[in-house]
Write a protein that binds this ligand. Structure first.
Ligand code: MGP
Ligand code: SAH
Length: 252
């Protein structure tokens, strides 16, 4: 696999069948994988998601072990190496992943922390996240919850709250500046932060690369005393993918 996962794609798409001789079993296995993957690839092409399918091993290194995805999952899942980095920064206390999706982040949190709470409003996402976590052998380290984070927030307490909400789809990238007040779903970023800060003293937000950094500063400056803010650019194979904002309460 090269850094984009593309050479593996062509291998699995059958080039080995032409060049390899005398290895019938291997050829048969590749043929059957080709059929499975082609079906998945076809679905991805139909949904306009092919570029994400090409990156599948960057999204989940164990993709071929039976990872389950849906349309939103394809374009929203945090690539594995970025999720691993998030986990290393969030520590081993109670981590609450408020927008779990198909589990990209929750799985990596569970590799580092024995107590992860994974919430998603969509039951199918939780089912997929649970399944995907079992592929990585960490499903028993995660409490999966189907629910609306905004309604559940008053009952939650944790050390770190991780937020990777819907950005409004891949079209976020068409705008020069991403406005968290009007473009973040299902509620604006100011409301999200206001709720989040009542749950944990560390709040981590995964946001589009074109997000308005002044708005992130505004979030923390609206508090008395202001919270510490660190903004990180996340690159993957040299490509600027997203921004992570780490907010920390400074009051003792
Ligand atoms: P992208 O910009 O759609 O893809 O998303 P890419 O490969 O950078 O496209 P290109 O055409 O610019 O090359 C980049 C990453 O952002 C995805 O892999 C996801 O991790 C994350 N992401 C994208 N969207 C639309 C969302 C979203 O709605 N919510 C969350 N939480 N993450 C998203
Ligand atoms: N970080 C995830 C991707 C999150 S995508 C991953 O790596 O897989 C955003 C998710 O937020 C979607 O799955 C969507 O169903 C969920 N969501 C939207 N509104 C929500 C709400 N009010 N409460 C909880 N989850 C919500």
């Amino acid at each position: 696999m090269d850094e984009n996962g593309e050479s593996q794609t062509s291998e699995l798409d059958g080039h080995h069948e032409i060049t390899t001789t005398g290895k019938k079993k291997r050829v048969k296995r590749l043929r059957s994988r080709k059929r499975t993957l082609s079906k998945f690839a076809l679905q991805a092409v139909k949904g306009g998601l092919f570029k994400y399918w090409l990156q599948r091993y960057l999204l989940f290194s164990r993709f071929d072990d039976g990872i389950k995805m849906d349309e939103e999952g394809w374009f929203s899942v945090t690539p594995e190496s970025i999720a691993r980095h998030h986990a290393s920064r969030c520590g081993n206390g109670i981590v609450i992943d408020c927008f779990t999706g198909v589990g990209g982040n929750a799985i990596q949190f569970a590799m580092k922390s024995s107590h992860v709470i994974a919430i998603d409003i969509n039951p199918q996402k939780i089912e997929y996240a649970q399944h995907n976590a079992s592929i990585y052998g960490v499903n028993d380290r995660i409490d999966f919850v189907v629910g609306d984070f905004f309604q559940m927030a008053c009952q939650l307490k944790g050390d770190t709250l991780f937020l990777s909400p819907p950005w409004g789809g891949p079209d976020y990238a068409k705008f020069v500046t991403y406005d968290i007040r009007s473009m973040l779903k299902p509620h604006d970023g100011y409301h999200l932060f206001k709720i989040a800060k009542t749950v944990a003293s560390k709040v981590v937000m995964f946001l589009p690369r074109n997000v308005d950094l002044n708005q992130l500063a505004e979030l923390t400056l609206s508090l008395n005393p202001p919270w510490e803010l660190e903004v990180e650019k996340n690159f993957l194979n040299g490509k600027f993918k997203a921004i992570t904002a780490y907010f920390k309460c400074t009051a003792t």
